[in-house]
Design a protein around this ligand. Structure first.
Ligand code: HEM
Length: 270
């Protein structure tokens, strides 16, 4: 309840700040003052505030507010930045080349931020649903051990049942699957394509197998489903680690480009 109230309060404050800036920008244009100067400096202050999140994370031992509170201010500030940017330029896409670069950087930073926010909210829950627990760095080794286990199983099936059907099917399709993490793009969007693909592989070969071979196929599919869980972890944990490697450099580029833009504007104004 308290957390909801706090969230509501921060978003309403962001709205009030925007309302105030909107009013000030209108007032400035009516009195023939430069509205861009007001909105521009506010935009820079907001961007610097958002970028300070990086420093907050590095100095987590200092008592400068909870990470959760910072994130709340950061997301509200990130959305406010977009609105203030529109107020500053007066349209969605500016005309000049340098201004377009600035627009691209601001949109890309905000979009990667929204993407990161969504995955941080949704991925951990989905990872729990896989029923698999694994450290990211261990996944390639786990996949390789699983592959050895599966290949032993297929060889055993061929020797004991004296039939090559499952072995051939493995070489033609499942060997590809067990070689490394698969279905990256499907997992990113939470699609169950990996599981469906496994069901298809199961159905394609099951009808040609004897009862003895089917016992081996069941074990193989069980291992393949475990591998699907590993793949999900590989993708989700990778994306959760990797998105900041885009969001943060974009922030740096945005700040540098903005400072250069301010310098240029002031030099031309002289
Ligand atoms: C111009 C806009 C933005 C700038 C300059 C900016 C900058 C930053 C910076 C510097 C960090 C710290 C990264 C680190 O060192 O780990 C960060 C993290 C983050 N940002 Fe943004 N950001 C912006 C917009 C947004 C928006 C709009 C959202 C979401 C709606 C967002 C969501 C996040 C999240 C979820 C994190 C990671 C928090 C964590 O790891 O706990 N950002 N951002």
């Amino acid at each position: 309840m308290v957390s909801r109230l706090r969230t509501g309060f921060v978003w309403v404050t962001a709205l009030i700040i925007f309302g105030f800036l909107f009013y000030e920008a209108r007032r400035a244009s009516v009195s023939l003052e430069s509205a861009e100067v007001i909105t521009g400096w506010c935009l820079l202050c907001l961007m610097v505030f958002l970028a300070l999140f990086n420093i907050r994370k590095k100095l987590s031992m200092l008592p400068i507010g909870k990470a959760e509170t910072w994130l709340l201010f950061h997301t509200a500030g990130g959305v406010l930045v977009t609105a203030v940017y529109w107020l500053h330029v007066g349209n969605l896409w500016p005309l000049g080349l340098y201004e377009q670069l600035l627009a691209l950087l601001i949109y890309a930073t905000v979009l990667t931020g929204v993407f990161g926010y969504v995955i941080q909210r949704t991925y951990p829950k989905r990872l729990t649903q896989t029923g698999v627990e694994v450290i990211y760095e261990r996944i390639p080794r786990e996949v390789s051990e699983l592959r050895d286990q599966v290949e032993d199983l297929v060889l055993e099936c061929t020797e004991k049942t004296e039939s090559e059907t499952l072995g051939r099917h493995y070489v033609d399709t499942l060997a590809w699957y067990f070689r490394r993490p698969r279905f990256f793009s499907h997992h990113v969007f939470g699609s169950q394509h990996g599981r469906q693909w496994l069901r298809q592989q199961d159905a394609a070969v099951r009808r040609y197998l004897s009862d003895d071979e089917k016992v081996y196929l069941d074990q193989l599919i069980e291992l393949a489903e475990y591998k699907n869980g590993l793949d999900t972890h590989y993708v989700y944990q990778g994306v959760m680690k990797g998105w900041l490697l885009i969001h943060v450099p974009l922030t740096v580029a945005l700040l540098v480009t903005s400072v250069w833009h301010i310098l240029l504007v002031h030099i031309y104004a002289l």
